[in-house]
Design a protein around this ligand. Structure first.
Ligand code: PLP
Length: 359
């Protein structure tokens, strides 16, 4: 199977080898050291300030989103949230659930964030801003600098869901004054799912310290206290944290975050050029693309039917969409352990489907 989805994605051989090993006991100096090394490399790759901290939570990326909200926001906040797809919608649902006052900047699917979207909210006392760096459901990569400038002008605490974007698109936590960023183990980190990685800048640490978190399992105070010695309050997904360690070191050896971003960008470019070269009947619908994924609207066949056909008859997964986008959009990912030759195989499958007059 070749996997072109956006998570879980293809893992390297070294990462997969860890998955086959016995899971070791973890209340040891060796595991603590590994965790502190994970923290150091994640901070480095995100360009976080030295005094930032990292929490590794055993949950999927969505658990990280909820932890960020529960630990950093409360009812005295006034939040602004970008909602341009299913992950923006998830932030909205979480804000409503936790009774944080909010307004949403609602964007049509595929549309970029523009300066005029901010105008109605200037100087209106907003205290927090939540965004996906890349809205994975529609494949729109938002301009974080626009958001960052708004937040600096208005004194907003910035929460960035970079779950599908970290290591696929460049990101500078300190330069953008991001308060808290979230990613997950199964996207560009290319490990098994199960760990949410949360980086907290000093402003976030202050908020966590002053906030009352109404959930023991997701309490970042406990996670951060334990992480001082490279540990977690509860049994973490030890095997995945070991995979993350191998993977981070692999990226470091290959030239760091910038090299990994360039690798994803080159794969994305390779695939997009092929689409044009072969005149495949797919339209790119996003106004602003991430390197992580190419969102495609097929003009001659249901997107979901194409996903099924490619999976069942060619042994490859492209990424289907759900809900109202089920028939109109599928996505091809560029994160994980993929090569140009893999895209050649996918394009061959599309061409074959065209010959068979399926698309
Ligand atoms: C994948 C993803 C999530 C959710 O992650 P889960 O691990 O499925 O909970 C949230 N936000 C974005 C932008 C994502 O791409």
């Amino acid at each position: 199977m070749l996997n072109f989805t956006v998570g879980p994605v293809m893992s390297s051989e070294t990462v997969r080898a860890i998955g086959a090993e016995q899971v070791p006991y973890f209340r040891t100096a060796e595991f603590s050291e590994l965790m502190l090394e994970n923290e150091r490399l994640v901070k480095k790759f995100a360009h976080a300030s030295d005094d930032s901290r990292v929490a590794f939570m055993t949950c999927s990326g969505s658990g990280g989103m909820e932890a960020a909200i529960m630990n950093c926001l409360n009812k005295t906040d006034k939040a602004l949230v970008v909602n341009g797809g299913s992950f923006g919608e998830r932030f909205v649902e979480l804000l409503a659930l936790h009774e944080i006052p909010y307004k949403e900047i609602k964007l049509e699917h595929g549309k970029a964030l523009k300066p005029e979207h901010f105008v109605p909210y200037e100087g209106k006392g907003y205290t927090a801003f939540l965004m996906q760096k890349h809205e994975t459901s529609t494949g729109v990569h938002y301009d974080i600098n626009l958001v960052s400038d708004f937040c600096k002008r208005n004194g907003c605490f910035l929460i960035v869901d970079a779950i599908s974007s970290f290591l696929a698109d460049s990101f500078d936590m300190e330069a953008t004054n991001t308060g808290i960023m979230i990613t997950g183990s199964q996207k560009a980190l290319a490990c098994a799912p199960g760990i949410a990685v949360i980086i907290l800048a000093p402003e976030a640490l202050k908020r966590v310290g002053e906030n009352h978190c109404c959930c023991q399992y997701l309490d970042l105070k406990l996670a951060l206290k334990n992480m001082e010695r490279g540990q977690t309050p509860w049994t973490p997904a030890v095997g995945i944290l070991r995979q993350i360690n191998v993977r981070l070191k692999e990226i470091e050896i290959m030239g760091g975050a910038e090299a990994e971003v360039a690798r994803c960008a080159a794969l994305a470019r390779y695939f997009r050029d092929k689409l044009v070269e072969y005149h495949l009947p797919f339209e790119i619908i996003s106004e602003s693309l991430s390197n992580a994924v190419t969102p495609l609207h097929p003009t001659t066949q249901s997107a979901y039917e194409i996903f099924l056909k490619v999976k069942d008859e060619y042994g490859m997964w492209i990424c289907p969409n759900g809900g109202e986008m089920k028939d109109t959009l599928f996505r091809v990912g560029h994160i994980g352990c993929l090569t140009e030759a893999d895209y050649d195989k996918l394009v061959d499958a599309f061409l074959d489907l065209q010959n068979r007059e399926f698309i």
